[in-house]
Design a protein around this ligand. Structure first.
Ligand SMILES: [Zn+2]
Length: 61
């Protein structure tokens, strides 16, 4: 489990997801360069980060 900071909080990602995003060059010093990294994460990580993902996707009711 690794932590990745995004604009509105921190995602907790499995090593695989973190590695994929890191390899794509979108992590700088533990922080995501863009919130669109959430497009890359697996269903398991989506579940783990559901409240934050909903927030990032702007589904405010
Ligand atoms: Zn994952």
């Amino acid at each position: 489990m690794k932590m990745l900071k995004v604009s509105r909080g921190a995602l907790f990602l499995c090593d695989t997801c973190y590695h994929i995003i890191e390899e794509s060059g979108r992590i700088d010093d533990g922080r995501a360069l863009s919130d669109d990294v959430i497009d890359e994460i697996c269903p398991n990580c989506e579940d783990n980060n559901k409240p934050l993902l909903d927030d990032l996707l702007g589904s405010e009711e």
